[in-house]
Design a protein around this ligand. Structure first.
Ligand code: PLP
Length: 435
């Protein structure tokens, strides 16, 4: 596990050419692709072309001639290839939060319809306390408007037991944003269906990071993020998938004109488009979607090299290496690995903690690493419950562009920051608005 061995692995890495798709700054080891993916080389030129030619010269004609109007579906079809969905089943639109608002409402309408047909009255949405807050906030808003309950589970092991006949929907993020723990999507979906419960999967930390098989798992709804592993750029549009058995039934609540069956008929009455297209709301953001397409293409570029399976193999090799190197750090540094060691239960990130008395240093350690060009991030623990929900130092290991030598160097930097106590410098305690 020395650096030389890592260089040898990099030489033999069948995916190493994929790194050339990006212009990464010199001296940076980027371990935050799980939060903001890197800039593809193609994006700046593509955006310039959309701006100067498609918009500047062709003007409004581009809605037809450049295919702007179909961009949500065209990019949706590309994302579908990464998440085990079929063509015509995904659209790229809006944010993850908004797409969750759409599908959770539809899932609850479906549960209501089943109850009206003589099924159980189901008034509960089940999720995890450690789910990403925006998912919980959107769900809180929906359940309070509908007079329902959001029931939060503390441990993944307790989820199957929580699927009673009071439950309408199981809403989970497949890979936990703090811990990097991955759920068994197929197993939990089967358990949910056996209990008459619908499933919503948030793929924010899955799409482009781990192989996802929505149709194989028989999931009901999925949403996900464009700016993380899909490299779509800051605030990139998100995506939404609805199983074909439901996509053409029920109206999602944000019934905007571009989800209409015939937007340019300008009818006064809303008539939803066929299938997933009804999940588009207003005018697609063409500049953002164009950047997203470049990002999705960087992941699809792995298809001739083995696709998501090959990316997953490298991702696990990288996270295995990172974990082994952290385990080999001197015990007195107090670094602990939170992410599951079982590869099947791991996403593409490794989350670390610091044992007391250094517990609170996690933020400053991440800042000191960033100053050295090793960019990870920090996620605050739960005050008063730091034993169960500690401060987290998060490191995303993105197989598209990270090398084994970089993973090795990152842990070497971590060791130096801790051993020299460099993190104690005052400037590393200053908190920005975004951590
Ligand atoms: C990143 C992330 C989001 C982001 O939602 P936005 O609406 O794009 O801000 C939502 N859910 C999860 C689980 C995430 O990781």
């Amino acid at each position: 596990m020395d650096r030389q061995a890592c260089l040898v692995r990099d030489e033999a890495d069948p995916l190493r050419s994929l790194r050339e798709q990006f212009d990464l700054p010199d001296g940076v080891i980027y371990l935050d692709g799980n939060s903001l993916g890197v800039l593809p080389r193609a994006t700046a030129g593509r955006i310039a072309d959309v701006v100067t030619r498609e918009w500047g010269t062709d003007l409004i004609r581009s809605w037809n001639t450049a295919g702007w109007v179909d961009l949500p579906q065209r990019i949706g079809d590309k994302i579908a290839r990464l998440i085990g969905a079929g063509p015509g089943q995904v659209v790229a639109a809006d944010s993850t939060s908004l797409n969750l608002y759409k599908v959770l409402n539809v899932a609850l309408d479906l549960a209501d319809a089943a109850a009206a047909d003589g099924g159980a009255t189901r008034r509960v949405v089940v999720s995890e306390r450690s789910n990403f807050p925006t998912d919980l906030y959107i769900a809180q808003s929906i359940v309070s408007r509908r007079g329902m309950e959001l029931r939060l589970i503390d441990s993944p092991a307790d989820i199957p037991g929580a699927l009673t006949d009071e439950v309408a929907v199981l809403m989970l993020t497949e890979v936990n944003y703090r811990t990097g723990e991955r759920h068994d999507m197929a197993g939990l979906t089967a358990a949910a269906h056996a209990a008459g419960v619908l499933t919503i999967w948030d793929l924010a930390h899955s799409a482009g990071a781990v192989p996802v098989d929505l149709l194989g798992a028989d999931a009901d709804f999925a949403i996900g993020c464009g700016y993380k592993y899909l490299n779509g750029g800051p605030g990139a549009p998100a995506f939404v998938w609805v199983h074909p058995r439901y996509a053409g039934r029920f109206r999602q609540p944000l019934s905007g004109w571009l989800g209409h069956a015939a937007p340019f008929a300008f009818d006064t009455a809303y008539e939803p488009a066929e299938g997933i297209s009804r999940y588009v709301c207003g005018t697609p953001p063409i500049l953002s979607l164009s950047a997203l397409e470049c990002g999705v293409d960087t992941v699809l570029a792995a298809e001739p090299l083995g696709g998501m399976a090959a990316l997953r193999a490298k991702s696990l090799a990288l996270t295995d290496l990172f974990i082994a190197l952290v385990d080999a750090l001197p015990a007195e540094l107090g670094v602990g690995v939170v992410t599951p060691r079982d590869p099947a239960r791991r996403g593409s990130q490794v989350s670390l903690t610091l044992a007391p008395p250094r517990h609170e240093a996690a933020y400053a350690v991440v800042q000191a690493l960033i100053a050295r060009g090793v960019i990870g991030d920090f996620r605050a623990g739960v005050p008063g419950d730091l034993a169960a929900q500690p401060h987290i130092m998060r490191f995303g290991l993105t197989p598209l562009y990270l090398s084994f030598a970089q993973a090795f160097d990152a842990v070497a930097h971590l060791r130096e920051v801790l051993e020299t106590q460099e993190w104690r410098q005052e400037r590393y305690a200053v908190k920005g608005a975004v951590t």
